[in-house]
Design a protein around this ligand. Structure first.
Ligand code: COA
Length: 467
């Protein structure tokens, strides 16, 4: 019987050799985010003329989606489950395929509906017992290695070794390709004043002992920056970025009050920089698990006082939330938004928060609108939505009538867009939303904001003309 080292060595090969196992017409699922096996993908791209009709399935790439280049037509097509900067345009042009699904269902959808024959993943080097770790990227990735006929792993010393349900023995892979390269990073950007205000309102809805789900980006980082006076927080989240590391190190998040995985942070994937990867490396207090566990609403709900915080692009006056499309264009995906909104709502004492800046496009458009843009898809239905937060405050929607919802949302709209929404309210409900006194309060700053907005518009037009 071979020992694990002999097994590993017998499977060790080059990327160029390993990819010979891929056939025309294959479906190939790949690890995503910080765990995308770029070395093996580069070999496929270099040899693209040898392949025909191969579909690459990936959740969300931080790479440049080379599959979408014109010369790849007929050779490779990308089927992504989350649009990103490098493939958004290709989706709109019909070059890239997009599959929509709640994140917790993705392992099942890939296994039973898409049915890939090949899985390519990135793992850490084996430990002294012959186990490699899926490190930053367990989510749907680890599961694919249970059912795909061919499993090729890029072994990368930069992949952290993580705990939880994130390891596999070397005997369960077809090929290993050793190639060290730094993982792609999602660096924290500076938190804006608007995001800070939003973070403060969100923090006001968070109590000591709550268990949090935080997405990635400016708003979750702004929320983290406002949690320093809290204690005994928990973390059960599909993805996190760097924003949580300082809170974990300081013990503000200590997972002490969690009903499941007590004392441990639970994640499906890490989406940060070296700071986060160093924190999760060899850290038994962080458990990485498949996403059908992490994002399953009934698992989420097992923790009391679960608070989900997610962002969106548009909310209409009924409270319907659009987070992943702008008209007919696919901007991102639902990801785990609905999984966590529902899990938090089902949790004893739980709350769901949708937080967003009140405007977009440099303040030129309102994110709170009378009607959602034609062609956009509702991401989170109105019946699921409870707290909506902007830099102007908090609108609590559950249990409210349609009129009360609309009024609460108008009150957190940017003041320069409130007159328009008030008119739309009047049209829709055939009555005034506010008393004369309330209106005076509403319109207090409007004149000033409208003059600012007009000045900004004129500057932008001048700028366009001069170009
Ligand atoms: N109409 C048109 N464009 C809009 C818009 C609207 N209503 N709202 C935002 N935009 C534009 C912005 O101006 C910005 O464009 P720019 O970069 O050219 O200025 C762009 O869309 C992105 O908006 P922004 O709010 O900055 O995006 P973000 O990076 O903060 O991400 C979501 C916000 C909603 C897209 C993101 O959180 C998401 O994809 N959510 C769904 C998945 C999810 O919630 N998963 C669970 C947590 S991981």
């Amino acid at each position: 019987m071979m020992n694990w080292k002999e097994i590993y060595e017998s499977k060790l090969t080059t990327a160029q050799e390993a990819i010979k196992a891929i056939r025309d017409g294959d479906k190939v699922v790949t690890g995503f985010g910080c765990g995308e096996p770029f070395e093996i993908e580069r070999a496929l791209i270099e040899n693209y003329q040898s392949y025909h009709d191969v579909q690459i399935i990936n959740m969300l790439t931080l790479g440049d989606s080379p599959w979408c280049r014109p010369e790849m037509k007929g050779h490779f097509v990308l089927n992504t489950l989350f649009a990103s900067t490098s493939n958004r345009k290709a989706i709109s042009n019909g070059v890239c395929e997009f599959t929509t699904s709640h994140f917790y269902e993705i392992p099942e959808i890939i296994k039973n509906y898409i049915c890939p024959r090949v899985s390519i993943v990135m793992v850490s080097p084996p430990d002294e017992h012959g186990y490699v770790s899926f490190g930053t990227t367990v989510d749907y990735t680890k599961g694919t290695t249970d059912y795909c006929e061919i499993v090729i792993a890029q072994v990368n010393k930069y992949m952290p070794r993580t705990f939880g349900n994130s390891i596999k023995h070397v005997r369960e892979f077809t090929y290993f390709v050793e190639h060290d390269e730094k993982l792609p990073e999602v660096k924290s950007v500076e938190i804006s004043d608007t995001e800070m205000k939003i973070g403060k309102y969100c923090a006001s809805l968070i109590n000591d002992g709550d268990c949090l789900q935080l997405g990635i980006g400016g708003i979750p980082n702004a929320v983290c920056a406002q949690l320093w006076d809290k204690k005994d927080l928990g973390l059960h989240s599909e993805l996190v970025g760097d924003g949580v590391v300082d809170l974990l190190e300081a013990g503000i998040i200590n997972n002490k009050k969690k009903q499941t995985n007590n004392g441990r942070t639970v994640l499906g994937a890490a989406f940060g920089s070296e700071k986060l990867n160093n924190y999760i490396n060899n850290n038994p207090s962080v458990e990485m698990h498949p996403i059908d566990y992490v994002n399953n609403p009934s698992e989420i709900a097992k923790n009391d006082n679960m608070v989900s915080i997610n962002s969106c692009l548009q909310v209409d006056l009924l409270g319907q939330v659009v987070s992943d499309t702008v008209g007919l264009n696919q901007f991102s995906a639902v990801g785990g938004q609905v999984d966590f909104v529902r899990g938090a709502t089902m949790s004893k004492g739980g709350r769901s928060i949708i937080a967003m800046p009140s405007t977009a496009k440099n303040g030129l458009i309102s994110r709170i609108v009378p009607l959602i843009t034609e062609g956009s898809a509702v991401t989170t239905p109105r019946n699921d939505v409870n707290y909506v937060v902007t830099e102007y405050g908090i609108a609590q929607l559950k249990g409210k009538t349609l009129k009360e919802r609309a009024k609460a949302l108008i009150l957190i709209t940017h003041p320069k867009f409130r007159p328009h929404l008030i008119l739309e309210y009047q049209k829709r409900f055939n009555e005034e939303p506010f008393t004369k006194e309330e209106l005076k309060e509403q319109f207090k700053d409007v004149k000033e904001h409208i003059i600012d907005a007009a000045d900004q518009l004129i500057d932008e037009i001048k700028d366009k003309i001069s170009k």
